[in-house]
Write a protein that binds this ligand. Sequence first.
Ligand SMILES: NC(=O)c1ccc[n+]([C@@H]2O[C@H](COP(=O)([O-])OP(=O)(O)OC[C@H]3O[C@@H](n4cnc5c(N)ncnc54)[C@H](OP(=O)(O)O)[C@@H]3O)[C@@H](O)[C@H]2O)c1
Length: 258
Amino acid sequence: MFTMAAAADAAPKTMRAVQYDKYGGGAEGLKHVEVPIPAPKEGELLIKMEAASINPIDWKIQKGMLRLFLPKKFPFVPVGDLSGEVVELGGGVSGFKPGDKVVSMSFPNCGGLAEYAVAPASLTVARPPEVTPDGAALRSPSGRRYDAVAHCAPPAPWPVFRDALADAGGVVVDLTPGVAATVRSFLHRVTFSKKRLVPLILMPKKEEMEWLVDMAKQGKLKTTIDSQYPLSRAQEAWAKSMEGHATGKIVVEMGGTE
Ligand SMILES: NC(=O)c1ccc[n+]([C@@H]2O[C@H](COP(=O)([O-])OP(=O)(O)OC[C@H]3O[C@@H](n4cnc5c(N)ncnc54)[C@H](OP(=O)(O)O)[C@@H]3O)[C@@H](O)[C@H]2O)c1
């Protein structure tokens, strides 16, 4: 006879995961391990992972760029962009049920390079069936000037941006701000400069994630996939991100073919 207790006993207790246990080491620092499936705490969901997407911030954390804050402890299962199915709710979570397909930004706890991950319900949104887990150069030869530029490549000197902005003024939104850019931005503000550099640090919000998912559902936002890897080849995906020449998302699929 098959009982609920038997079903609970049959549920897996451990999972495959990829983790690192110290700063540095690049792709070779990632180790394949079998570890207990994490339990969702208050305000968290347990997600059976379908795919995770590696971002540059993931290997920058491994390099120790945020070592004052992250990771909170080793070993650390990296990657915060998650997609999968809800299997369990932590205390105080409403609006989700087991079986719901979701996307989540589990930052800073991450945990995405694994078969299961816990994620904050506050940064998890429903994923409609239309949204699947797979989902000019500044020195323009035309001499065209821009009102706004989003900078998301390795740092470039300010004159490159300044000369690309319209004479009447314009804004460069810098996604890779370092100390120099932060100082520059401060000077622009206090001098009321017409051409301005504005550092941007992503602070994810649930409403904005829902808006993005809805844009994808409507087909107004398309995801470009650079490459897809099974979890067993997570090191290759990590190395690809570290090369800095991906065109689109680097996706690790938990059920991906070897
Ligand atoms: N501030 C924030 O909150 C925030 C959020 C997300 C991302 N970021 C940062 O934004 C940056 C971009 O993120 P991403 O996910 O787009 O990274 P990515 O996928 O690694 O970006 C790769 C792209 O950068 C281009 N690229 C590399 N070197 C270049 C260079 N020297 N000059 C011009 N283009 C170059 C590549 O083009 P080629 O292949 O032609 O070289 C490729 O198209 C990263 O540094 C990331 O950490 C910041």
